[in-house]
Design a protein around this ligand. Structure first.
Ligand code: CTP
Length: 471
């Protein structure tokens, strides 16, 4: 690859190079940008390392832009950042100690470029391209990152024990890069990762979840989860998922391995959505199976109520993992709770009221629920899979027909609490809620149509029956 030519594509590099020349600072573009350039992946973030003050260099770059770009300086960390259009440029002096852009620890000692590169996480992230006039565009690759990019290998530049103890989050990053790039982890690096997995305990949940979510958003997340499991990292922060693994047998009857089933569901759903929370719903859908597992001599293994218990387990797991506790959690919880509901609806004799109830309970998330249910079909028998999917086609058709007729997907009460109070001369009280609830039930049951006239008529009947008005 002709790096000089690549740099010429972007005038930013020329600006940084002339700033560096003016200050007589050896300067390089390093890390993720170099990796992504070789891989042909777009990258907006540019990291520059100079031997000297990164802040002084950034200030000079700003001058090169006639001060038209905003600069943020983080004195404690010796870094400076500036935004040029879509790109974020970070400047830092080469350091002797571990490089962590998100570290709160102030930097300690200046170092050479080689010292800086060797304290980075992986060989593929430890390459630099020179911006200095004597060798502009030359690749500096002391740990053969190019070779590892070609071999598709994630490997630490130093002894993995040293690299991982500098920052144990790097064990998660190893899996994340392997999943994103579809690379293998070098055996020695993986061996160390499995050995030091317990050190993840000193890493904050906030940092772990960033990497985990990136793994979940890859094309085939099962790969990342299998690595997390094999390396025992998953055991450190998500024991409930580890519990899913394993098969019990009694009297020759065994159940499926729910860990690998869950991963299959996650891969399936990932083929049809990039929605992180729908992917989370796939991860969580059977989470309560271990807790609800029973053996019954007649029917074999059962997991009664795992959907409700799973929904109840969701908030605590989200809280611990520092996932959001807002509508995104409630969405996952809802899909977990409802994930079995479409199954009985495949029967021919299904009633409209059962369909209406599901539409009412799922609301606008009905389509996502159906995606999850389809993904949940993981039989190895292709004929069976085809038949089940066709059954769900029919369910969706029935749901569409009922929705067109009854509009309960976005159910708004056809008569409000205020209207009930006004019509019946009531003060705010429990009885108003009861009447509203009974009207809703009557609509879902199909006893009345979903419109204000019928709702009013029923309201008056109920009021009479409750002795609220004279007949
Ligand atoms: N780095 C590191 N150890 C960490 C975090 C980062 O050594 N725990 C180094 C790597 O050299 C990395 C660079 O800092 O390339 C920038 O980090 P970051 O922006 O987190 O990662 P990128 O490699 O740019 O990749 P991505 O943008 O996909 O996160």
């Amino acid at each position: 690859m002709n790096f000089k030519k690549e740099l010429e594509q972007n005038e930013l590099f020329e600006k940084v190079a002339s700033a560096a020349k003016k200050l007589n600072l050896e300067t390089f573009v390093v890390g993720g940008f170099v990796r992504d350039l070789v891989l042909g992946r777009p990258s907006k973030d540019l990291d520059f390392t100079c031997v000297g003050s990164g802040i002084a260099l950034a200030e000079e770059v700003v001058r090169q832009f006639d001060y038209h770009v905003p600069l943020s300086v983080f004195k404690n960390f010796g870094t400076a950042m500036l935004k040029v259009g879509e790109s974020e440029l970070e400047f830092v002096g080469a350091r002797k100690e571990s490089y962590r852009s998100e570290s709160r620890k102030p930097i300690v000692e200046d170092g050479s470029l080689l010292e800086d590169l060797e304290r980075r996480d992986f060989t593929i992230n430890s390459m630099a391209i020179s911006l200095n006039s004597e060798n502009y565009g030359e690749l500096l690759d002391p740990f053969n990152g190019m070779g590892d990019l070609q071999k598709k290998i994630i490997k630490t530049p130093l002894n993995p024990e040293v690299t991982f103890s500098d920052d144990p989050l790097r064990m998660m990053r190893a899996v994340r890069f392997a999943s994103q790039l579809e690379f293998d982890i070098d055996p020695d690096t993986f061996f160390a990762l499995a050995q030091y997995a317990h050190r993840l305990r000193i890493v904050s949940a906030e940092r772990i979840i960033v990497e985990l979510n990136k793994i979940i958003l890859t094309k085939k997340p099962s790969y990342g989860f299998k690595l997390l499991f094999a390396g025992k990292l998953l055991h450190e922060f998500f024991p409930e998922m580890v519990e899913l693994q394993g098969v019990d047998s009694v009297d020759d009857k065994s159940h499926k391995d729910n860990f690998y089933h869950t991963l299959q569901v996650l891969d399936n759903v990932s083929q049809v959505t990039d929605n992180l929370w729908l992917r989370w719903a796939a991860i969580m859908h059977d989470i309560a199976k271990p807790a609800t597992k029973r053996f019954n001599a007649k029917v074999g293994w059962t997991f009664h109520g795992h959907e409700d218990k799973g929904a109840r387990m969701t908030p605590a797991i989200f809280k611990r993992l520092k996932l959001p506790m807002d509508e995104r959690m409630r969405y996952v919880q809802k899909l977990v709770r409802l994930h079995l509901r479409p199954i009985p609806l495949v029967k021919d004799e299904v009633t409209d009221s059962a369909l209406r109830r599901l539409l009412f309970d799922a609301g606008d998330d009905i389509d996502d629920l159906m995606k999850l249910c389809r993904a949940d079909i993981t039989s190895k028998n292709d004929k069976k899979v085809k038949r089940f999917l066709e059954n769900f086609d029919k369910v969706e058709q029935k749901l569409r027909e009922v929705e067109e007729k009854d509009h309960v997907r976005n159910f708004q009460p056809p008569i409000s609490g205020e209207e009930i109070m006004e019509a019946l001369g009531l003060e705010p009280s429990k009885i108003v809620g009861e009447i509203k609830e009974e009207i809703k039930e009557a609509i879902l049951e199909g006893k009345i149509q979903n419109n204000p006239e019928e709702a009013r008529r029923l309201m008056l009947q109920l009021a009479k029956a409750k002795g609220l008005v004279n007949s």
